[in-house]
Design a protein around this ligand. Structure first.
Ligand SMILES: Cc1cc2nc3c(=O)[nH]c(=O)nc-3n(C[C@H](O)[C@H](O)[C@H](O)COP(=O)(O)O)c2cc1C
Ligand SMILES: [Fe+2]
Ligand SMILES: [Fe+2]
Length: 402
């Protein structure tokens, strides 16, 4: 039986949840699942906004058929060609051969690349409008708000922004559809942050360009391809403000994120002592063992915090492997505008800080504090002064609470 939700009188959610996926896009764990959203507009013409991942094809096709209620499908808008939204496109077009694909030039090429078939396509360009009856859609290109072919569309009739991957959240919907049906900012923002920072985080300038295009639109609802639909003005502006911060690499809060690696526990001990010292000074701390917590969570936390401490043992005259990977991830995600402090450990020739500095050199506008803390195997009483100097130099960069 179908599993759909009504958004307005003539707009339906016909997507589906996947709770069996181990790794989204092959690297991001999704312990609470993920949703693939697809929307069906029933105007004088019938219009489907995107399809879904292969994993949920059966439910999706059943939903679409029920939603159409015996009508034919006139159009499919492809906002994004990534297979989590397009893997079922060809199957859908086989079922509704008269449907026309609305997409841009780049999308059409990708359909040919992925499926070896040329669709019956109506090509739209930046700012172009199409009317489906009561509803008129305007199309805006949003390149690299995840892929180069991404576009978003705005339905001026009911103020719905179909935002593609932008404003998406990891996690199955579990029967909810609207962000106001759950405690979005309390319980789901972390997964929205993890989604954004890992998937689109690298492309801040392109996200800024898209946000500028959206700014003049009278948006009443945001309908993304993953996660919740937003229909409350406060939630919409608060979420857009988050996107503004993330895409300009502006820290969300004054906080020290400590990410450490440790083989025998001595680097971990130094990190714990630092965390206590910072807390004693009233400074918020977030803390991770990089060998334990998935990188995607640490990347998200790094986008939130104003200050970052990386602590790692020296390893075969390099930096410990999991820390090396994390730092490459952060650099690859274009993280910038942070204050950074480094702790290195080594039993004979500590050099981890040098290697960490080298990886971070590609990040823009990092204030890497000059004095690294060097631990020789384990912190001892004779290290107290060096530790104090290191901790105080870091504390000095943290703004006092207002
Ligand atoms: C495989 C391996 C390679 C290492 N390579 C180096 C090295 O090149 N230089 C060095 O000074 N210490 C090296 N070490 C030693 C650790 O960096 C050192 O024991 C450190 O104190 C470990 O910190 P921990 O207690 O937080 O694990 C190596 C240790 C291991 C297990
Ligand atoms: Fe995507
Ligand atoms: Fe997606």
């Amino acid at each position: 039986m179908h599993c759909i939700r009504k958004i307005t009188e003539d707009l339906l959610w016909v997507g589906a949840d996947d709770r069996r996926l181990a790794m989204f896009e092959g690297v991001y764990s999704v312990p609470r699942g993920v949703s693939y959203n697809s929307y069906l507009l029933l105007d004088e013409k019938t219009v489907l906004m995107d399809t879904v991942d292969r994993a949920v094809e059966k439910t999706f096709l059943e939903n679409v058929a029920y939603g159409l209620g015996g009508r034919n499908l006139d159009y499919v808008i492809v906002h994004h060609m990534e297979p989590d939204h397009s893997a079922t496109l060809i199957r859908l077009l086989e079922k509704y051969p008269e449907a026309t694909v609305i997409c841009n030039d780049k999308t059409k090429k990708m359909i040919e690349q992925f499926f070896g078939k040329t669709p019956n396509a109506l090509i739209v360009k930046e700012g172009e409008k199409l009317s489906f009856g009561k509803h008129e859609f305007t199309f805006y290109m949003a390149p690299m708000v995840h892929w180069p072919e991404v576009m978003i569309s705005f339905d001026s009739e009911n103020g719905v922004l179909f935002s593609a991957d932008a404003f998406g959240t990891f996690g199955a919907l579990n029967g909810a559809l609207f962000s106001d049906e759950v405690d979005f900012f309390g319980e789901h923002l972390a997964e929205a942050r993890r989604y954004y920072t890992n998937i689109v985080g690298k492309y801040g300038p392109q996200v800024q360009a898209a946000l500028k295009k959206l700014a003049p639109l009278p948006i009443k609802m945001i309908a993304p391809l993953h996660g919740f639909v937003f229909r409350e003005a406060d939630a919409i502006s608060a979420f857009i403000a988050k996107y503004d911060a993330w895409s300009t690499y502006t820290p969300e809060r004054t906080e020290v994120m400590i990410a450490y690696a440790s083989i025998y526990g001595n680097t971990e001990n130094a990190a714990n002592i630092l965390a206590c010292r910072l807390r004693e000074r009233g400074i918020a701390v977030d803390m991770f063992d990089v060998s334990v917590t998935p990188a995607s969570e640490i990347v998200a936390a790094a986008f939130r915090a104003s200050h970052l401490v990386f602590a790692a043992p020296t390893y075969n005259n390099g930096v410990f492997v999991t820390m090396e990977q994390l730092l490459h991830e952060l650099a690859a995600h274009n993280l910038q505008k942070r204050t950074v402090a480094l702790i290195e450990n080594g039993s004979w020739a500590p050099s981890a800080a040098k290697w960490m500095r080298e990886i971070l050199a590609s990040c823009k506008e990092l204030n890497i504090l000059e004095n690294d803390l060097t631990v020789k195997s384990a912190l001892g009483a004779s290290d107290a002064d060096a530790f104090d100097a290191f901790a105080e130099a870091l504390v000095a960069t943290v703004p006092e609470k207002a």
